[in-house]
Design a protein around this ligand. Structure first.
Ligand SMILES: Cc1ncc(COP(=O)(O)O)c(C=O)c1O
Length: 392
């Protein structure tokens, strides 16, 4: 088996698809130090610039001073602290759901929900571009998994038609993690209502960023708990912390508490993380200027990129992918930017389909106009074809 693994790794390497780990020695807002160099990052998911906010740090330190570091146990033994309870209440209120349940990571939350809700014989429809953990959760559940072409509601409707009497769940990213576009949530909700199917939305990249109060893509689309009974979102992106939650009806949360294995059989997140996340929720709600600043940077970047003729995908979110095609071109572009002291990740297959390698550029409220201009200036120097105006 180890030999087989080594062969697979070598195959990745020969296809220029090897992933390399980079150690960050120090983070200072959007600036990262690595290997003795200072790089301006456009690849983090800290969309609101909260990860180093003094109020998060103070809440974290205060709780660590009072309660120690580890939660010492699973939630259902003695790991569920008042910091967790307070955070769950705040998340439920913010997202307009009855209750919320914390998980240690978003990956585990999605595995937990899908394994618990779905059973063999059920049907699970998923957007082709959904995040890996939604796909893994459906596969673990033993339900039949069908993937519809990206954002194609009519195709999803056709996939329902062969369902017979099976119970069905449709799961979608709210904001797609590699493309940055928003799912057709209203249409999917209507479809699920017609089909009496359960709709689940993973709003990892929408929470904090979308909606007038930052409550995410469902709030922006005006969809409540009745239309979208299962909402999952993470705390490690716009909220600058770590962990995730599922929000919905009391019966959903009670059922997950009893039956979701990734909830039951794991150590609860450190209470200091929960305290920091609560501070982040409060800031995400009250400091609306963060969303405004982010939106201004997105607009500035898109304007500049259009002037340069760069092949940006049509996204209005903080995720602004620059489509480059083959993996080699994407890696070369990322290296080129690094020579200009900019850190932008090259995303290659299998994370994205073959021929759709890209730079996944992410913007943050921590970026200033000068940062965005620095990125645009470096992109202008990218070797063709990316910077060619004829390729828009
Ligand atoms: C859409 C989506 N869902 C879930 C996850 C997993 O969340 P976590 O990093 O908290 O495990 C991610 C990214 O990490 C994501 O992009």
């Amino acid at each position: 088996m180890l030999h087989r693994l080594a062969t697979l790794t070598a195959e990745r390497e020969s296809g220029q698809l090897l992933r390399r780990l980079r150690t960050i020695d120090h983070a200072d807002g959007p600036w990262l130090e690595s290997g003795g160099r200072r790089l301006l990052s456009f690849c983090s998911n800290d969309y609101l610039g909260l990860a180093q906010h003094p109020q998060l740090i103070a809440a974290f330190k205060r709780t660590a001073d009072d309660e120690g570091v580890g939660s010492t146990s699973a939630h259902l033994i003695c790991g569920h602290r008042r910091e967790h309870a307070a955070l769950e209440e705040a998340l439920a209120a913010w997202t307009g759901r009855d209750r919320a349940l914390l998980f240690s990571t978003g990956y585990m939350a999605n595995l937990g929900v899908l394994q618990t809700l779905l059973a063999r014989g059920d049907l699970c429809l998923q957007d082709k571009l959904n995040h890996a953990c939604l796909l893994d959760g459906a596969q673990l559940s033993g339900a039949e998994l069908k993937r519809y072409p990206h954002a194609d509601v009519a195709a999803a409707a056709r996939q329902f038609s062969s369902r017979g009497g099976a119970a069905a769940l449709l799961a979608t990213d709210g904001v797609f993690s590699m493309d940055g576009d928003v799912a057709p949530l209203r249409e999917l909700a209507d479809l699920c209502a017609r089909e009496q199917a359960t709709l689940m939305v993973d709003d990892a990249h929408g929470l904090g960023v979308l909606g007038s109060d930052g409550a995410g893509s469902l709030s922006a689309a005006g969809l409540g708990q009745h239309e979208v009974p299962v909402l999952m979102a993470t705390l490690g992106k716009a909220l600058g912390c770590a962990g995730a939650f599922v929000a919905g009806s009391a019966s959903l949360i009670d059922g997950l508490t009893q039956l979701a294995r990734p909830y039951i059989y794991t150590t609860a997140m450190p209470p200091a993380v929960a305290a920091a996340a609560l501070a982040a929720v409060q800031l995400a709600q009250s400091e609306t200027w963060r969303r405004e600043k982010l939106a201004a940077s997105i607009a500035r970047f898109r304007r500049g990129a259009a002037e340069l003729g760069l092949p940006l995908l049509p996204s209005s979110s903080a995720i602004q992918p620059l489509l480059l095609g083959d993996a080699d071109t994407a890696v070369a572009a990322s290296r080129h930017l690094e020579q200009h002291c900019l850190l932008v990740g090259a995303i290659r297959p299998p994370t994205v389909p073959a021929g759709k390698a890209r730079l996944r550029i992410t913007l943050s409220a921590a970026h200033d106009d000068a940062h965005v201009d620095q990125l645009l200036a470096a992109l202008e120097t990218l070797p063709a074809p990316a910077a060619s105006p004829r390729r828009v």
